[in-house]
Design a protein. Structure first.
Length: 317
């Protein structure tokens, strides 16, 4: 990216800014070698490797992100199975693995469309009946006609429930989260295999729906309407949803009052997470950016992250 010579406003501090697409491990090596000036260090592996880098500074912020379970309804077709996975997942255990080694803690969030610090936020993730995740998940499966086979895994009509959880990145944290999930599901009676993929394949795998289960997420804004439509409206999700939820969303889109609109978004999300069960929140997380000490006006930005004033990014004298 270079400065526009015909720009009539404030002159940028830098002549050009170069962006590089690198795998996580390669980006950390490039930062330590002085090839790049900033790198995200929000995973335990990245933080541990970079936190003591000479001439660098960690810039901390809240990640505006909601991530976790992403179940493909084209592969896991029975909504009752998807709900059993939701209810049976120990989200706190997965979050603990995801943040192990980071100076960061958070309560497990329950919304894809609002951050927990928002006054509009509600925890919409389904709770296990009776408080016991394993028992509640097994009850859902058994009421749907599944029985345990001799190998300890649930099946129906002679077909075992078995899926793959796809994890991305060369960062071991992703694999550790995936392996922890495999063990949680095994304890319930679901046969899940770990399927590691290179981080560069993420967009292809997700857009082509080439997964059964994965962990992914989305940026979260200050207003929940767009996210509610994007995640839960069947016409935007290959027909996955319910007519009742669609009608509720259509009413939201014409509701002028922002408070009422947010309340209805929470109602839709609670209903979708309980009945359709495709996206389920596990964590938000921190945003740590490791920068060269004298790099100015770059790092963490909260809701301004997509509106960085690149003209003001530069170097301290």
């Amino acid at each position: 990216m270079v400065a526009n010579e015909k720009w009539w406003g404030e002159k940028p501090l830098l002549d050009r800014i170069i962006f590089r697409a690198l795998e996580a491990g390669a980006s950390r090596a490039a930062f330590k070698n002085g090839e790049i000036d900033a790198v995200v260090a929000s995973t335990p592996t990245a933080y541990a490797e970079l936190k003591d880098t000479n001439g660098a500074q960690i810039r901390r912020g809240q990640r505006l992100f909601s991530g976790g379970l992403n179940l493909n309804p084209k592969h896991i077709k029975d909504a009752k199975v998807r709900k059993a996975i939701f209810v049976g997942t120990d989200r706190q255990a997965l979050a603990n693995v995801n943040f192990q080694g980071l100076p960061y803690e958070e309560d497990v969030p329950g919304s894809m469309v609002l951050m927990p610090f928002s006054p509009l936020y509600e925890d919409n993730f389904p709770k296990p009946e009776g408080g016991d995740r394993k028992a509640a998940a097994q009850k859902i499966l058994e009421e749907a006609g599944y029985t345990k086979g001799s190998d300890g895994f649930y099946e129906k009509d002679g077909k075992k429930l078995e899926y793959r959880v796809t994890v991305f990145s060369d960062d071991p944290t992703s694999k550790n989260v995936g392996q922890n999930f495999v063990e949680i599901m095994k304890n319930i009676g679901l046969h899940i295999e770990l399927n590691p993929e290179a981080g560069l394949n993420f967009n292809k795998v997700i857009s082509n729906k080439e997964y059964d289960i994965t962990f992914s997420g989305y940026s979260v804004g200050a207003e929940p309407t767009a996210g509610t439509q994007q995640f839960y409206y069947s016409k935007d999700n290959d027909g996955v949803g319910t007519p009742e939820i669609d009608k509720l969303i259509e009413k939201i889109l014409v509701e002028p009052d922002p408070q009422k609109r947010a309340q209805k978004c929470n109602e839709v999300e609670k209903k979708h997470m309980s009945e359709v069960c495709t996206l389920g929140t596990v964590y938000n997380g921190p945003l740590y950016t490791m920068c060269k000490e004298k790099l100015a006006n770059y790092g963490t930005f909260l809701y301004d992250e997509s509106n960085i004033d690149w003209a003001k990014v530069g170097w301290l004298k």
